[in-house]
Design a protein around this ligand. Sequence first.
Ligand code: C2E
Ligand code: MG
Ligand code: MG
Length: 765
Amino acid sequence: MRKHLFEIIVALMLFAITTVFMLCNFFFFNNRADITVAIVIFALLSLGGIVFHTAKHMVSKELEAKERLKRLADSINAAVIVWDADFRYKYINFEFTRMYGYNEEDINSGDDILHKVLPEDAFMPSLQAIINNRDEEFRVTAKNGNSVATVWNTSIMEIIEKRDSKLYLLMSIGYDLSELLSTKQELEESEKKYALSMELSEIGILLLTPGEDTFYISEQLRNMVSFPEGPIGIKEIGDSVHHKSLPEFEKITAYVKGFRRTDIGKIQSSKIQCKSLDGSYKWFEFRYRLITSPLTDKFGLGGSVIDITRDIEKDIRIEKMAYIDETTGLFNRNRFMQIGRDAFEYTRDSNVDYWIIIADIDNFHIVNDTTGYENGNKLLQRMASIVTSQVVNGGYVARIGGDNFALLVQDNGNDNLPVSIINTIQTELREIKSETFKAQTITCSAGYCKMSDSAIDFSKVLDQAEFSLSLSDGSRESVIRYDNKVHERVLRDAETEKEIAEAIANNEFVLFYQPKISLTDGTLMGMEALIRWIKPDGRLVPPVQFIPIAEKSMNITQISNFVLNEACRQNKEWQDKGLQPLTVSVNLTSVDFYQTDVISNIKTVLETTGLDPEYLDIELTESLALKDIDNAVSQMEEIRNLGVKLSMDDFGTGYSSLSYIQVLPISLLKLDRSFIMYLEKDEMSKEIVSAVIRIAKCKRIETIAEGVENVEQAAILRGSGCDYVQGYLFGKPMPADKFEEFIRTHNAALAEQMVTDSAEHTAAV
Ligand code: C2E
Ligand code: MG
Ligand code: MG
C-alpha cells in the first residue's frame, strides 16, 4: 500500500489542481463550461487510471503469492491443502490427489472438501486442532472409500493485505501414517512375541547400555532373581549373589570393569547362585558379552540368565552316584583317578610328591562266604574308617574296587611312610573285636609306589601300585614297593606265556636227547629227553627261559604231556628199529605231580605208545618232594608200582637233608652240576659227592652225575663209586636223528678207556 502512496498523492494533487482550476475558471473567467468539463474529465481520468493501476498491481501480487504457494505445496512429499482463514479451499497439491484420489475438479465441484474427507464426528475437533496448529491424527476417507490414517500439521503460510483486512493463507500438510502404523503394529507384535518367548523359555535379560550405570532388567529376570526396587547397578546385582558364588561374580565384574575392545563379540558364561524371589538360593547360568555404542566409545553389557538349579542338582546327584562308593561313602575309582591326575600334574610343577598305596583285605572272600555279604560290607566300612584315619594333611582315600582301598599320601621324605601306614592299618585290623569276625584274623596286604617314579601319567602310577599289590599275594612280604625290573620281567613272562600257548598249537616244541653213560663199562644206559622250543625263525629257546613260566600257568601240563608222549613214542620207535633198549628220562614238575592225575597220564602214555614201563624214568626235583612229603611218597610209590623208574634230579640244590633219600622211593640220584663243576679242583665238592654216593649206595640207590665236562671229573666220580655220568664229555643234548646215530655209533670200550686212562693219570698226579 505504501508503494502506491506516491501515485495516489499525485493523483489527488492533480485532482485538487484540476478542481481549483475549474473553480477559478468558473468564478473568474465567466464560467467557461466547456473548458471546465474538459478539465474535470481529465482529472477524473487521471484519478481512475491511478486507481486502476493500483488495483491491477494488487491483484497480480496475490496471484503471484498463490503461485508461489502452489509451487511450494507441489514440492512437498505429503498431502497439502492450502486454504484461507475461513477454511475455504484454495489449493490441493498433487500428493493430496495421489493419497486420497480427489483432484482439482472434485474440489472445484463446490463440495466442501473438509466434509468430504473428515469423518462427521471428528469434523469440529479436527478443525479446532488444525487451527491450533497441533499435530492431529485422523483418518481421511479417500475417494475410493478407503480410510487413510493421516497426521496433519497446519501453519500460516502467507498474509496478504487486502485493503483494510489481512488474508491468511493456511497450509495443512498431511502425512500418510499407514506404513508407519503397520510397522508399529509389526513392532508391537514382534515385541509381544519376544516377551512371550522370553517368558516361555524362562530367559531373563539384562542390559547395560553403553555409558550408563544401571542395568535394564527384563520382567522375566525380575521374576527369577530377587533384585531391589528401582534402578539396579552392579552392586545391587552383587547383593543377591550367594557368598559362595562371589568369586565367580568377581570375575564378571572384573570383566565388565576392564572392558577391552578385543573382548567384544566373545560370549562369556558363568554359573552363579543367586537369591530367588522365594528367598531360596538358586543356580543361574549367566551368558554375557560386551556391547559397544556406534556413537560413543563406551562399552556396555548384554546378557541372558537361565535358571539351571535343576540341572545343577541333577549334576550333583549324578556326580555323587558317579564318584562316591555307596557302601563306604569313600570316593570311588573314578574320583580317585581325577584326584590322582590333578596330584600328578601338581608333582610335575612342584617339589611335592605323593605315595600311592593300595591296600587289600586278605582273603576277603572268606569273610564274605563265612559271615555273609552284609558282614562283608561291615568289614569294608570298618576298613574304610581305619584307612581314612591314617590319611591326614591333604591325603585322599578311595575304595577303588572290591576290597581294594587306595590312599594318596603326601611324601614327607621318609621312604618308610607307606610301610608304617600299612603296619598301623594291619595292627588295627587285627584288633577288631567283633563277634562276627573273631573266627578269623583280619589282615591286609599292600602295594605302593611313588608318584614321581612314573613319568607317564597317573593311570600308570595306579597300575604300578596295583601290580605291587598283586605280587604281595604269593609273597612272604605283605607290603611291596613297586620295582620296575620286576614289573618288566612279569610283563615279559606274560608275553612268553601267550607265545607258549601259540607254540603248543603250532607244534614248535621238539625233544633233544642227552646220553647217560655207565662209568663201569662205558655203555650207553639211557638218555634224558630235554625239550627245545624252535621258533618259526629257527631260533632255539632253551627250557630255562620258558619252563618256569609255563609252570606258573597251566601250559606246563600240555608241555609235559607232549614230552611224555614223544619221549616214550621215540624210545619205542628206536627199540622197534632194533636198537639196544634204553631208558628214557622225562622231567616232570610239581604242577604235573600235584595238579594233574600224573599216574593215569603215565599209564595212558605207556599204553598208547606200547613202551615197556621199565624203559621210562621220571625225574623229579627234591623241592617237589619236599612240598608235601607224604603225598609225594604215596604218588611216587604208585609210579614205581607201574614199573616206571624214579630219579631225584638236581640233588643238592634244595634244602633237603640226606635223610629224605631214605623215605623217597627213588632208584637214581642225580648229583647236581654245581657239585661237579669244580670237582677236580675243589676238595670240599669231592668229599660231599663221595659222601652222598656212599649214603645212596647204602640205600641201594644208584647215582648219576650231571654236567660232566671233562675226563678228570669222570675219573673222580668213578673213583667215588658213582654209577653213571651225563655231560658234554660224552654227548650234548641232540635231536632225535642225531641221537639215533649216537646210539648206533657209541663205542662203549672207547668211553670206558677214556675214563680209565684219565683215572690212572689222575692217580699218578
Ligand atoms: P635238568 O633236568 O637238570 O637237565 C640237565 C641240564 O643240564 C640240561 O639243560 C642239559 O643240557 C644241561 N647239561 C647237561 N650236561 C651238561 C654239561 O656238561 N655242561 C653244562 N653246562 N650243561 C649240561 P637244558 O636242556 O637246558 O635243561 C635245563 C633244565 O630245564 C633241565 O634241567 C630241566 O630242569 C628243565 N627241562 C628240560 N627239559 C624239560 C622238560 O621236557 N620238561 C620239564 N619239566 N623240564 C625240562
Ligand atoms: Mg633233568
Ligand atoms: Mg638236573
